[in-house]
Design a protein around this ligand. Structure first.
Ligand SMILES: N[C@@H](CCC(=O)N[C@@H](CS)C(=O)NCC(=O)O)C(=O)O
Length: 213
C-alpha cells in the first residue's frame, strides 16, 4: 500500500498525488499538518517537511525524490523523460518550480492563507507584496518556454516538468493571484490545460472546498 503524508495545499504534496494519479496508482493520503507530531511521518521526513511517503517497507521524503522513485519502480506512464537532454530539462523545470516559483508563490500563500488560517497568526502583507513583485520576471521566462496549449514542457508528453511548474500556480490561484492573459497569453493558455487534467482537478476541487468552508 502506498501512503502519502501531508496536505495537498502544499505544492510539494500536490506534485506527488498528481504523479500517482497520472500513473494510475492507488494511495492513501494521511493528513498531516505543519505542526504534526505524527510519529510515522516524522520518522520518514527527518526535517518534518511534507510530503513523506511509504510504499510497503520503503519510505522517503521530498517530492522530487518520491516521483523519481515512483517512475523507476512503476515505469508505466512515465513522468521522467529518458533521453539525456529531456531528462536534464525536466530536472531543471522541477527545480525551477520547486525553488523559484514555489518560493515566490509561498510568500503570498503562507502570509495570506497558512499563517492566518492554520497558524492563527497575522501574515506579513509586506512579504506578500514582495512575492507578488517577484512574479512578473518568472512569468516572462515561462512565456518564452511554454508550448502551445495541448503541448508539454519537455519531450512531447506530460512529465514531472509540467507537474512541478504548474503546482505552485494553484497556490497563487487560491490567493486570487492569476496569470494576466493579456500580458502572458501563452502561459495563460497553457496552464489551464495542465490544471484541468483530472489528476490536478480532483485535489484542486477538494482544496477549494476546504478553503471555502
Ligand atoms: N523540497 C521539499 C520541500 C517540502 C516542503 O518545504 N514542505 C513544506 C510545506 S509546503 C513543509 O512541510 N514545511 C514545514 C517546515 O518546513 O517545517 C519537497 O519537494 O518535498
Amino acid at each position: 500500500m502506498i501512503r502519502v503524508y501531508g496536505a495537498t495545499l502544499s505544492p510539494f504534496v500536490r506534485k506527488v498525488v498528481v504523479a500517482l494519479a497520472e500513473k494510475g496508482l492507488d494511495y492513501e493520503l494521511v493528513p498531516v499538518s505543519l505542526q504534526s507530531r505524527n510519529p510515522d511521518f516524522l520518522s520518514i521526513s527527518p526535517f518534518g517537511k511534507m510530503p513523506a511517503f511509504r510504499d510497503g517497507d520503503f519510505a522517503l521524503s521530498d517530492s522530487s525524490a518520491i516521483i523519481h522513485y515512483l517512475d523507476a519502480k512503476y515505469p508505466e506512464r512515465r513522468l521522467i523523460p529518458q533521453t539525456p537532454e529531456d531528462l536534464g530539462r525536466a530536472v531543471w523545470f522541477d527545480e525551477f518550480g520547486d525553488t523559484i516559483v514555489a518560493l515566490s508563490g509561498g510568500k503570498v500563500f503562507f502570509n495570506r492563507v497558512v499563517a492566518p488560517r492554520f497558524l492563527k497568526q497575522a501574515g506579513s502583507e509586506e512579504t506578500v507584496q514582495q512575492g507578488i513583485a517577484e512574479l512578473p520576471r518568472l512569468f516572462d521566462y515561462l512565456e518564452g518556454v511554454v508550448p502551445e496549449p495541448g503541448g508539454f514542457l519537455v519531450g512531447g508528453a506530460l512529465s514531472l516538468a509540467d507537474i512541478a511548474v504548474a503546482s505552485p500556480f494553484v497556490n497563487l490561484s487560491h490567493c486570487a493571484v492569476d496569470v494576466d492573459c493579456a500580458k502572458h497569453p501563452r502561459l495563460g493558455a497553457w496552464l489551464p490545460t495542465i490544471l484541468s487534467r483530472p489528476s490536478f482537478a480532483g485535489p484542486i476541487a477538494a482544496e477549494k472546498a476546504m478553503l471555502a468552508a
